[in-house]
Structure formats: C-alpha cells, structure tokens
Design a protein around this ligand. Structure first.
Ligand code: F6R
Length: 612
C-alpha cells in the first residue's frame, strides 16, 4: 500500500519519478506527489492519480536531478491535497514520503504539539517528518542522517520512507521496517522503490533493504547502516524479473493480460516441478524441512483474500490425496485469537505479495511458538520469504492488476503438486494413480487455453448481466472456494454485490435471495457432486432464478436446462478448480469492462495490504 520512488543521478528526475509512480500506482492511487531538488526543494502534490499530478505540475519548473515521489492509499486522513505526500516538516527542513502506519503517532504528535510544532495534514507521516526536524534543531551538530535515525527509532509500527533535507539537497535517505523498499543501482544513478517494477529496466543490480536499515544515498555514494548507527550487512543481487513481463502489450488491461498468461505460468511451474520422466514431483524449495511434512500431525494454512481461497482448495486436496489434517485460517483472525500451536505444527502462509501485514504477523506468531513455517509466495525477497523456514515460489511474474488472477492459479497449482507429492510419499497414492494425476495436471494449460479461446462468448454473456445488483456463486467441494473467488472477483472490479456459497448451504438461507433478477452462477461440472448440483439448479429454477452454469463441455442435459453456460473441458476433479475459475475471471472482467469500471485500479483497493 502506497508506492515510493526516488532517484538521484545525472538525468532529470521528474520524468523518471512520474514513470516510476505510474508503475507503482497499483499499490494505491488516491493522491500522488513528488519533491525535486534543484537549488531548493520543490514539492508538487495533489489528490487523484499520477495523470492528475502531471497536469498539476505542467508549466512549472520541474528541473532537478534528485527527487522522491509517492502514490497514496489513504490510512490516516482523507485522500485530499493536504494529506498527499511528500510531507514537509514545519520549517521545511525535511521532506518525506512514507508507506506504512506509525502506531504511536498520536503520542508523538502530542509531544510535538507541546514543543510548538504545527501540523498541516491529518497523516501519521507528518509526525515523523516533524520529529526529524525536532531532533535536527535540538543539537547544533546533529546531522540530517542522525535526525532521521533518531526520529525513526522513536516510532512503533511499519514504515518505508524516503527523505530529503533542505541543507543536504543532493542526498536522499531511505529506511524501512515492515514495508518493502529496494535500492536500485545503475552506472550513474541510484533508485529507491517500493518494488523492482519501475526500476528493473534501468538498473544493473539491486539491494533489498533489511528491517530497520537506513540507506544514505548521494549521487556517487551509498552507505547502509542500522537505525542504531552500526554498519549493516547487505546483499547486492541481480534483478530476477525481466522487463518484458512489464509490458501490457495489446491487452486493454493488466488483468486481462494476466488472465491470459495463466496457461504459460502453470506450464512453467509443472515443467520445473514434475521430474523428467513424469513419475514424480520435486519441490526443491521445501527440501530443508520436507522430511517433517509427510509425518506432520496437521498443517495450518493461513492467508488473506484470494490467497485464503487458494488455501481452502489446498485443504481439500491435501486431506483428500495425502490424508493429513489441514486447517485454514484467515491470517487476520489467527493472529488475534490465541490459537493452540505446537512445535510439531506446520504453518504454511500463502501470499502473492509476501508483504501482507496480517499474514506476516500471524506467521511471526507461529514462528515464536516453534512451529515450522513455510510460504508460497510470488515476490522474491519479500518479508514472508525472509521470515519462513522454507517455501515455494509461484514464479507468476509481477502481478499488476489489483484483482489477483494468475497468482491464484499458480498458488493452486503448487498446492495440487504438494498434495500429490505428500500422497505419494505417505503411500496413500499408488504409482499408477499418482501418474494419472500428474498427467491430468500436464493437460491443464491446454485446457485453459481452450477456455480462453471462447472469451468472446463469455463477454456476450457478461454484457447481458452487467446491470445486476447482486450475484450468487455456488460450488461444492474444491469448487466452493472457487465460488468464493468468483464472487470476490466480481465485487472487486464491478462493485456488484456478490456472494459465494457452498451449494449445499443454499437451502439454509441464500435461497431467499432467488428471484427472476439475481444471476446465480452454479459451478456444476460432471464430477462426484454433479447430481447434487443439478438438484440445486432445479430448486433455483422452481423459483424462477436465472442460472449461469459452469458445466462440462458437451453436457447437453444441463446446457438445455440453463439459459447461459460457460463450458470447461472434461477433467479429473483434481484440476477442476484451475479450469472453473477461468470463465469466472473473464466474466468479472467483461462485466466490469461493460460498466466502464477502472479494472486495474478498483476504488478503495490497493495491491499489497501492508497495513492492518
Ligand atoms: C483479491 C486480492 C486480495 C489479496 C489479499 C492477500 O483479488 O488481490 O484479496 O489476495 O490482499 O494478498 P497477498 O496474496 O499479497 O497476501
């Protein structure tokens, strides 16, 4: 949440910062701003998107070879001009951009008010910048760097900050705790960024800043130390993503591009993880702890939102194929409910970003209890990756669309592989059965492609239902979490109220919603629950409900019964979640598109939820 960019080098900073902010806009987009250093430090900021900032700063002096920028997702204070970043300290000594939440800001603010400081915004961020000025002005020989470190040491909570000082115009100080920040290194410049996406094509190497580290950057030097002023070890690495992945190509939205990337991503995951002769599965990222897994008395999977839905599918699959008890919890509940945790527990966190605050806190709690903690993550060097004992990367490439699509199917693919591997290693699945299941997985990318080929049919159906006020998604077994995920996608990007339900629960309440207006999406492929789902369909039709079926291709019995259908290829139930979610992603996308919604940046949302 919130994106930070910084640049110091030989080129004009303005356009570099603006382009960077556009790439970070998925992290928050209710206001934007930049500060540029050129003799003095000028700040431009306004409510709205980066495009609004460009309009605002046009015809102004935008020269300067160093600067910091920010795109905001509001936590403290409304999304308006005064709360937009950068924030300046009262006398203008410091200018700061901040991502995160300062938990003790009220206390710090009260002290600053007593010391005569005045505030212009409602943000917690302005407290930090004023605290820097307070320390800077207290001691005659206090350097800007010392003031920054002292102020940050007094804060509780999370921050990633980039700071400029009026008296050290060719210097940027960056620091982090809890929120991500990377330093990009080019031959003639340094970059600061919340993630690698804006800088990847401009740098030779990068440093993922560690917790509580402070980087002091000038045009020709970089020093990294701890908040306590001790030298801090750091690793210079090559960026792991290619620039190619960061182009939208001919797709109108990132979300659509990411939906279409899924066959390739799943194919790559399978290629890397299925052994050459297709008789086994290798999950090398888990090697260091794997011996504990087949013997585990239980696995607890935690996550939020879409990642939690993937976790639920993991629960069904691991219990079905490996017969290990699995519990799935919202990380946000788990962390506050004093769960019973034992050192023998395996706690697996699922997270696209690896920066979700609730998931990190829940994982930390599990670690403290002595449990083995694992991760399934998409972002290298993210906080969750660094916290866990071992884990698997989804390798889905950076996900820009705020509504998660490709990360979900990549997570489910890994969980499916894990379930089969554990089943094999525990002697639950015979070699014959496991090879059949592996073959089913190998066919998934081609089957998804055949669904994507029909995207225009799905678009026609979506346009028919665009004026719906509510929608209900029903599924059974592993398709219940798919129903939840389908409903989440629709509400996130089209703002249509949607609910996902276990189809068997329909009679226990949601059936009251059925009338001749609400579309009810029933996921009813030909599997072991087929006849039960057909019963649901009859019950809805008896009440004049409108049904959209997700059905197996060639199921004429159902297609003649239901008005609208999304067909998926015939497949083993093991892989149906990976197929059934595709038409639901496309349906949501095309409904939102027909409504003219801001698909990649839906209102009120941000890509990584780094605050509680
Ligand atoms: C939904 C969505 C969110 C995330 C959730 C967890 O489309 O993107 O629900 O799934 O915020 O995020 P990660 O997976 O980054 O921990």
């Amino acid at each position: 949440m919130c994106g930070i960019i910084g640049y110091i080098g030989n080129n004009n900073a303005y356009s570099i910062l603006i382009q960077g902010l556009k790439k970070l806009e998925y992290r928050g987009y209710d206001s934007a701003g930049i500060a540029l250093s050129n003799g003095n430090i000028k700040v431009f900021k306004c409510q709205g998107k980066v495009a609004d900032l460009e309009v605002y700063s046009s015809n102004q002096d935008i020269s300067g070879k160093a600067g910091i920028g920010h795109t905001r997702w509001a936590t403290h204070g409304e999304p308006d001009d005064k709360n937009a970043h950068p924030h300046s300290s009262m006398e203008g000594d410091f200018i700061l951009v901040h991502n995160g939440i300062i938990e003790n800001f009220a206390e710090l603010k009260a002290d600053l008010l007593k010391n005569g400081f005045l505030f212009k915004s409602d943000t917690d961020s302005e407290v930090i910048v004023n605290l820097m000025e307070y320390y800077y002005r207290q001691g005659k020989s206090t350097s800007s760097e010392t003031a920054v470190r002292l102020a940050l040491s007094k804060t509780k909570g999370n921050f990633a900050v980039a700071v400029m000082c009026k008296n050290d115009k060719d210097q940027i100080i960056a620091a982090r705790r809890g929120s991500p920040l990377v330093i990009g290194i080019a031959s003639d410049a340094y970059f600061i960024s919340s993630d690698v996406s804006p800088v990847v094509n401009q740098i030779n190497s990068l440093i993922y800043l560690n917790e509580n580290d402070v980087a002091i950057i000038t045009k020709g030097s970089l020093t990294i130390k701890t908040l306590e002023n001790a030298p801090a070890p750091f690793k210079i690495s090559q960026s792991e993503i290619t620039g190619l992945e960061l182009e939208k190509g001919n797709f109108e939205h990132w979300m659509l591009k990411e939906i279409f990337e899924q066959p390739k991503i799943i194919s790559d995951i399978l290629h890397d993880r299925i052994v050459h002769d297709q008789t086994g599965i290798r999950l090398d990222g888990l090697n260091s702890v794997y011996s504990k897994l087949p013997e585990a008395s239980r696995i607890i999977i935690i996550g939020c939102g879409t990642s939690w839905h993937a976790a639920l599918i993991g629960e069904y699959l691991i219990e079905e194929y490996a017969r290990i008890p699995v519990e799935v919890e919202y990380a946000s509940e788990f962390r506050y409910r004093n769960p019973i945790l034992k050192p023998t527990d395996i706690v697996l966190a699922i997270s696209q970003s690896g920066e979700t605050a609730d998931t990190i806190a829940a994982l930390q709690m599990a670690k403290n209890s002595g449990a083995t903690i694992l991760g399934i993550c998409n972002v290298f060097a993210s906080s969750i990756v660094r916290l866990t004992d071992a884990g698997l990367f989804t390798h889905a490439g950076i996900e820009i669309g705020v509504a998660s699509t490709k990360a979900f199917t990549a997570q489910v693919t890994l969980l499916t592989l894990l379930a089969i591997k554990l089943g094999m290693d525990r002697g639950i699945l015979s070699a014959e059965v496991s090879q059949k299941l592996i073959q089913e997985l190998i066919q998934v990318p081609a089957k998804i492609n055949s669904i994507l080929d029909n995207h225009l049919d799905i678009r026609i159906i979506a346009e028919k239902y665009k004026s719906s006020v509510n929608a209900l998604f029903l599924g059974r077994g592993t398709l219940f979490p798919v129903a939840l995920e389908g409903a989440l996608k629709l509400k996130e990007i089209s703002y249509i109220h949607a609910e996902g339900y276990a189809a068997g629960e329909m009679k226990h309440g949601p059936i009251a919603l059925v009338d001749n207006k609400i579309p009810i999406i029933v996921i009813a492929p030909k599997d072991m629950n087929y006849l039960k789902s057909v019963n649901n369909i009859h019950e809805i039709q008896a009440r004049k409900g409108k049904i959209i079926g997700v059905i197996t291709k060639g199921d004429t019995d159902l297609s003649s019964l239901i008005t609208d259908n999304f067909e998926i290829p015939e497949a083993d139930p093991l892989v149906t979640p990976l197929l059934a979610i595709i038409p639901l992603q496309l349906f949501s996308y095309y409904v939102a598109s027909a409504l003219g919604c801001d698909i990649d940046q839906p209102r009120n949302l941000a890509k990584s939820v780094t605050v509680e």
